[in-house]
Design a protein around this ligand. Sequence first.
Ligand code: CO8
Length: 288
Amino acid sequence: MKFYSNCTAGHYTIMCKSFSATLYNLSCGQYEYIVVEKRGENKNVGFIQLNRPKALNALCDGLMTEMGKALDAFEADGDVGAIVITGSERAFAAGADIKEMQNRTFQENYSGNFLAHWNRVSTVRKPVIAAVNGFALGGGCELAMMCDIIYAGEKAQFGQPEILLGTIPGAGGTQRLTRAVGKSLAMELVLTGDRIGAQEAKQSGLVSKVFPADQLVSEAIKCGEKIASNSKLISAMAKEAVNAAFELTLAEGNRLEKRLFHATFATDDRKEGMTAFVEKRKASFQDK
Ligand code: CO8
């Protein structure tokens, strides 16, 4: 329990402050490797900033464990309608922590299922936006690709340089990159370890928009606010349907989409959205 230095206040006030601080800490708690806040005018955008500047935000196990906890808290927070993940202007993340991996063995990796929990970002049901400034290399590029939308700062650099370390991508780099940019460019990046800049990443379909570095995070928050102003329930269905395009055949995907479209008609928000259009007013979604 946190104790406040202003002890002139009554005991009851201190207890209340401690209680609300505990509630606040559920989603925006004390973390060692990340900064976690709620952003946007209505505080409805979950914000996670990687915070290991000396290691260029290299992804150590502690960081990814904290990321999982913050994502769990935002998933459970009914006010949060979208999540933004970012790093610093120098680095989104320069990859998995090479120093942490240097002496690991195959036996340890295999028996402990090394990195199995690192894909939490890809299983979040709320929309996640990566705001990438600087280096997004190896696991950093993979982390960005686990998000639903990637915005890039003008100096962002993307790459899968694992080949230069005598290994290969291990968190979806060969799969998600190939689906995003096609075989030829993915092969080139994975086999040479070369990087591409923000503009090339945009041209190839890896990122959706490029901004000046100092505007990137606020633009990502704006996008998050726009998404959060829609029905969270329907957003989850939309996300599920788009993600199915990566897993299913066209026929199966279209069938799933149709079922989810039908399902929106079981919600109050679909009725409200169409009624608001007909009544020429703004829809007020209740996430029901
Ligand atoms: N791991 C650990 N430390 C790192 C990493 C990293 N990936 N990247 C940078 N650092 C550290 C450096 O060691 C250095 O620390 P110190 O000052 O204590 O030596 C500090 O960050 C600054 O780095 P540099 O001095 O090298 O800075 P430069 O500006 O000269 O270079 C680069 C920046 C180009 C980004 C360079 O640091 C670099 O090449 N880093 C490694 C990039 C890389 O190979 N990444 C892939 C790692 S392997 C991987 O990601 C496998 C993914 C598996 C699954 C992941 C699931 C999410």
